[in-house]
Design a binder for this molecule. Structure first.
Ligand SMILES: NC(=O)C1=CN([C@@H]2O[C@H](COP(=O)(O)OP(=O)(O)OC[C@H]3O[C@@H](n4cnc5c(N)ncnc54)[C@H](OP(=O)(O)O)[C@@H]3O)[C@@H](O)[C@H]2O)C=CC1
Ligand SMILES: O=C(O)C1=N[C@H](C(=O)O)C[C@H](O)C1
Length: 242
């Protein structure tokens, strides 16, 4: 997309992430809100227009949909993007296997970016983890994730993504541990333990705006791309877009 304000649909607009997205989008002239979608009626969002999920088919035209909802809401927004031929940026975690398969199938028709974490630090961390796992194939590996008490899925999507990086590096998955405490935004530690030494790689998110900014920046770069599956690292570090 170039030289045009991006019309964004926010799906999951009343949630912790949705509200961060609405706030950042409102202060950025590169974006305009096409529609905010929640699962039930909301009068406290302070934006317009707001639709409930049951009215999804009625939302006005948009250039990209950004989805931070829950697995129960995911199928409907993917379906809408397919019907409208619009790209989807989704941060929703805890998707079931059929939903992940549906994303793969959708990518033959529209541009899709589904990522468990939109922070720059985690994009770098995943590459460091892959390299460490390849260099330390016999060490024990554990991933410990800590999040706020409202988080529904465990292990977190990021932990599973980092676990895939471990498996890519050394052919074996790690062990996972999940903690839920207070209002912690998100912490991930990947621990490699050998005899007499250990290596720990840690990412701590202290502000969920980092995820919202990542989603907005990648949505700018995704709009106008051909169908396919895209990754945060490709869009943030790669070429193209604006
Ligand atoms: N990829 C990343 O970087 C990040 C991903 N996440 C993930 O994003 C998702 C949202 O997180 P968070 O904002 O904390 O969650 P919240 O529970 O705060 O918000 C969930 C949102 O989804 C809406 N929703 C729930 N069910 C449905 C449905 N069936 N149809 C449509 N909308 C629905 C809710 O609407 P209502 O309020 O009306 O019920 C609400 O707006 C989670 O999966 C989380 O793991 C979170 C942070 C970063
Ligand atoms: O639910 C959250 O809050 C978060 N979810 C994502 C995940 O499951 O990894 C990303 C981040 O850690 C915050």
């Amino acid at each position: 997309m170039t030289d045009r304000t991006l019309r964004v649909l926010i799906h999951g607009a009343s949630g912790r992430m949705g509200r961060a997205l609405l706030r950042l989008l409102a202060g950025d002239p590169r974006f305009v809100l096409a529609a905010a979608v929640t699962s039930r009626p909301r009068e406290d969002l302070g934006v317009h227009p707001v639709f409930v999920a049951a009215e999804l088919a009625e939302v006005p035209d948009f250039d990209v949909a950004i989805d931070f909802s829950l697995p129960a809401g995911f199928d409907a927004i993917l379906d809408l993007c397919l019907r409208r031929g619009r790209p989807l940026v989704s941060g929703t975690t805890g998707l079931e296997a059929p939903q992940r398969a549906a994303l793969d199938a959708a990518a033959t028709r529209i541009a899709v970016l589904s990522a468990a974490n939109f922070s720059l630090g985690v994009a770098v961390l995943a590459e460091l983890v892959r390299r460490a796992a390849a260099a330390l194939p016999t060490w024990d590996c554990n991933i410990v994730e800590v999040h706020h008490v409202h988080k529904q899925d465990a292990p977190s999507g990021t932990a599973l993504h980092l676990g895939q990086a471990v498996a890519d590096g050394r052919g074996r998955a790690p062990h996972y541990a999940s903690l839920r405490a207070g209002d912690i935004v998100g912490e991930h530690m990947v621990q490699f333990a050998g005899q007499g030494e250990r290596l720990e790689l840690i990412h701590r998110a202290t502000d969920r705006d980092i995820f919202a900014r990542g989603a907005l920046e990648t949505s700018l770069r995704l709009a106008g791309r051909p169908p396919g599956r895209y990754a945060v690292a490709d869009l943030l570090f790669g070429t193209g877009g604006r």
